[in-house]
Ligand binder design. Sequence first.
Ligand code: ADP
Ligand code: GN1
Ligand code: MG
Length: 351
Amino acid sequence: MMLQAQRFQLDAPPVSCQRYGSGHINETYLVVTGSGRRYILQKINHAIFQDVPALMANIARVTRHLRKADPRPRHVLTLVPTLTGEDFLHEPGAGYFRVYDFVEDSLCLDRAESPADFAASAQAFGHFQRMLAGFDAAALSETIPRFHDTPNRFRLLRQAIQQDALGRLKTCRREADFALGLEAEAARMQDMGRRGQLPLRVTHNDTKLNNVLLDAATRQPLCVIDLDTVMPGLAGNDFGDSIRFGASTAAEDETDLDKVTLSLPLYQAYTAAYLAACGQGLTPLERETLPLGAKLMTLECGVRFLTDYLQGDTYFRVHRPGHNLDRCRTQFKLVADMQAKWDHMRRAVQG
Ligand code: ADP
Ligand code: GN1
Ligand code: MG
């Protein structure tokens, strides 16, 4: 990757380049130059993001828009141009690469260390959505078609079950039955969107806790990152994806399911901060359907992990055999726990 790093306008020649972070999709590297300055280099997953020029045009537009509202450099991702002035590097045979300034003195958490940290991420995502309210959604390309089309995710799961290409179905029948038992609910949010009852907004669509940076000194929200899936979407999905990842009492790939529950203190902290950050920006129905967003995003993510497990782990990066099945199990355990805690979840959004 050093060769690729050298093709960008860094402040000095790079002296090291090492794998970094825990994202499941792109390959991320930390690059340090001779001056000690740090950068993030990413090899963009071209199998998943098929139109990289369109994706990078989205990111350039969105970051430009955000920078106008808040020009502080640590508060928005800054793309570093290539030697020839492009936003990304395409090397036929090697792939697509981009570089960002490293946001220094920041924290990127895989687990919320306190309700306050989680609330800070809610502020960041709520603010992000508000800042993009005036952005022309038509200017954005859809980087992954039907990304949060939950019924379609079920259709793909049923296909994978039917094909059972690797003979893995026998190891995950219980999970498959659990998912299919909830399929009737899959379209609920989307249908409300299609009927115009829920507004289409410019949303982030991948609001995991580790896609936001907090200020290391103050633990206040700093910068929303991982902008690959910024597209028109539903606020409830952004809320929901945050909850499924950050309000769990265990990691996304925990194998001891007794440890996996929905933390109500974390859920409540996120909800209060998100509602405050969105202000009057959410409609009453959007607000009411936030818990449904949490449940459906968790269910959808579990369905995606299960589908990938059945298909041979070609989408999410895995680090051990059965990793995607472990991830699927935590999601389904969380869905069941959300059902048990449904009244509490609803009460938190009722003003
Ligand atoms: P992926 O799509 O694979 O999740 P991300 O864009 O989220 O890729 O980057 C992976 C990780 O790299 C993040 O979780 C974060 O730890 C780190 N990271 C990404 N961009 C920056 C940045 N500009 N400054 C500091 N850390 C960053
Ligand atoms: C992926 O890229 P990353 O690791 O932040 C995925 C999300 C999933 C998440 C599950 C483009 O997010 O949709 O919810 O893994 N991103 C893409 O942890 O598919
Ligand atoms: Mg990420």
